[in-house]
Design a protein around this ligand. Structure first.
Ligand code: WQD
Length: 339
């Protein structure tokens, strides 16, 4: 069975992807310095899968330390590179930290790929690379607009770096996956999103309010040109997102890719507004939420959702869950983590 290195493996999407890879017969190893995650996640993965995943606690901006992973694991056939800083607001405040960390770690991974001849890379990109897209749903050919933050810029630059790397090194496969809005938790409620207390993403704010950790939700803007005035996003369940990574790795390891550089949108194609997301939570969990209608948040795009036909056709990927599944599993996880 193929061995895959998952960087950021103890993070939200990384941990759920480790579970899906193991469920699909892959051997895995993780690299995570717990900057935005906790070592206990490895216990959760073992409880779900029965496997104790080895984690290298190191900073991927340290090339010598990163090389050690490949020296110890000469049988690594692919890398899924999640590890990055991803707080949009923080990136505006600390742009150099974001460029150094997110691009430095990617460049070290590419150096190691070449030195140790690891031929397959899946790169964690983001719909935020599109900026305020002119057309909806966005396809992989929708041109990038101006990045709304240095975080989004690092994703645009990361994709361009991979395009140039793949042009030069044609025996290497580089796949960029553009996530829309990941949310929800594993059905077991053993792992899920563990945001820091000042979580800004909508779904953890919703569940944090429902559990009583937050007094209320503020809906950031209800005067947008949308069906109910609130912003529209494409919420994708984290387990559907995890499975897309497994399918993308199978795609390249099995040599099914015609090009050695590909990009895929990973959303479910359903635009859901903030108010509709709140309604979905209340309906599926029978819990009333305390929310107020507030002013717009700087940097928000009005609406964005995906055309995911390319992933469906080339990867054989289909999302199986919707906003109700997201809100149900996110709530189960929130209750368990606060027991
Ligand atoms: C969703 C909607 C808010 C909180 C960001 C990144 C993206 C990815 C996901 C990393 C917006 C509204 C939110 C609240 C609200 N991150 N909202 N009240 O901004 O779409 O995407 O996170 O990969 O790259 O850009 O996600 O969950 O912050 O916001 O009204 O308390 O919910 O205005 O319309 P966003 P979000």
């Amino acid at each position: 069975m193929a061995k895959i290195l998952v960087t950021g493996g103890c993070g939200y999407i990384g941990s759920h992807t480790l579970v899906d890879l193991i469920d699909n017969g892959f051997e895995v190893v993780s690299a995570d310095n717990f900057h935005n995650s906790h070592v206990s996640v490895l216990d959760g993965i073992k409880e779900i899968t029965g496997k104790q995943v080895k984690n290298y606690n190191l900073n991927l901006c340290d090339l010598a330390a990163t090389r050690q992973i490949f020296i110890d694991n000469p049988d690594i056939e692919g890398i899924i590179h999640f590890a990055a800083l991803k707080a949009v607001g923080e990136s505006v405040d600390k742009p150099l930290l974001y460029f150094q960390n997110n691009l430095g770690s990617l460049l070290n991974i590419l150096e190691c790929m070449k030195e140790f001849e690891v031929k397959n890379l899946i790169f964690s990109s983001s719909c935020s690379a599109y900026g305020n897209a002119d057309e909806l749903p966005v396809t992989e050919n929708t041109p990038f607009k101006e990045a709304e933050s240095p975080y989004a810029r690092t994703k645009q630059m990361g994709e361009h770096i991979l395009e140039d790397f793949a042009k030069k090194y044609t025996s290497y496969n580089c796949i960029s996956l553009r996530y829309f809005n990941p949310a929800g938790a594993h059905e077991s409620a053993i792992i899920g999103e563990s945001p820091t207390n000042n979580a800004s993403n909508l779904v953890p704010v919703v569940t944090g309010t429902a559990i009583g950790k937050r007094a209320k939700i503020t809906v950031f803007g209800t005067d947008y040109d949308t069906r109910d005035g609130s912003c529209i996003r494409d919420y994708i369940h984290v387990m559907d997102l995890a499975n897309a990574h497994t399918k993308a790795m199978q795609f390249v390891i099995e040599g099914k890719n015609e090009n050695n550089s590909e990009v895929f949108n990973l959303g479910i194609g359903a635009g859901v507004s903030v108010l509709e997301a709140i309604d979905a939570f209340e309906k599926v969990n029978k819990v009333k939420l305390n929310y107020e209608l507030g002013p717009r948040r700087a940097g928000d795009v009005v609406a964005i959702y995906a055309n995911f036909e390319k992933a469906a056709q080339l990867l054989g990927w289909q999302p199986k869950r919707n906003i109700e599944d997201i809100m149900r599993t996110a709530w189960e996880w929130e209750k368990v983590r606060n027991e």
